[in-house]
Design a protein around this ligand. Structure first.
Ligand code: GDP
Ligand code: MG
Length: 211
């Protein structure tokens, strides 16, 4: 393909949120452009290539199950495992389900405390308020989602997996950009750490020289 940057990149993405918020619908929409209505609750790992800003990116997308048993054990145990695996997070709630929004708030905290985001200019997290088509049943205001994203330094989209492909595409493109930015800032930090290390080595040598 002409004009395509040949540098291929890989990233692990996990889609998290409580049951029935539309995680599977969102992923299937992104992968196939279709909405099929019922998805069951099979845990799946997909691999999908996208071109963002003329660069190809392979995404491993994990449709993680939400344990119905205990909120807390899920969020601490599952998250530990998932968080270490993932380079980017899509946190989904339903605009008709206040509890699912609260769960996203808690997930952000868990991710922030489990993952070393030191040096990341922007968190590779996208918050998604799904089921926008059900506005008449809305219990979470757009402003609340936007505010949460602002306070946690994440991106925010309200979408309808049922009615709109484009907004779902924006979610994943937005996340890819965030992951790329975070990698750049981590490299920058590693560079600074390297400089500090070599400088302190020089000073340490000088000190011993002068002894
Ligand atoms: P998951 O448990 O988070 O994976 O949720 P699913 O993807 O299985 O979706 C749960 C239910 O919500 C299914 O009946 C979907 O058809 C429905 N659903 C998903 N997204 C939307 C949406 O954007 N609008 C509406 N009206 N229903 C949706
Ligand atoms: Mg599902």
């Amino acid at each position: 393909m002409t004009g395509l940057n040949t540098q291929k990149m890989h990233a692990n993405v996990v889609v998290l949120g409580t049951d029935h918020v539309g995680k599977s619908a969102l992923i299937v929409r992104f992968l196939t452009r279709r909405f099929i209505g019922e998805y069951g609750d099979i845990e799946s790992l997909y691999s999908h290539s996208v071109v963002v800003d003329r660069r190809e990116q392979t995404l491993n997308i994990w449709d993680a199950p939400y344990s119905q048993s205990q909120d807390m054990s899920y969020e601490s145990l599952m998250c530990e495992k998932i968080v270490q695996w993932a380079d980017g997070f899509v946190l989904v709630y339903s605009i008709c389900d206040r509890a699912s929004f609260n769960a996203v708030t808690r997930l952000i905290q868990t991710i922030k405390t489990s993952k070393d985001f030191l040096g990341f200019e922007k968190m590779p997290i996208v918050i998604v308020g799904n089921k926008r088509d059900l506005d008449h049943r809305r219990t979470v205001l757009s402003e609340e989602g936007r505010l949460l994203a602002l306070s946690a330094d994440c991106q925010f989209y309200e979408v309808s997996a049922a009615e709109n492909y484009h907004s779902v595409l924006m979610v994943f493109h937005g996340l890819v950009n965030r992951i790329r930015e975070s990698r750049v800032s981590v490299k920058k930090l590693a560079g600074i750490k390297g400089i500090v290390k070599s400088m302190s080595a020089v000073f340490a040598r000088r000190r011993t020289d002068s002894l």
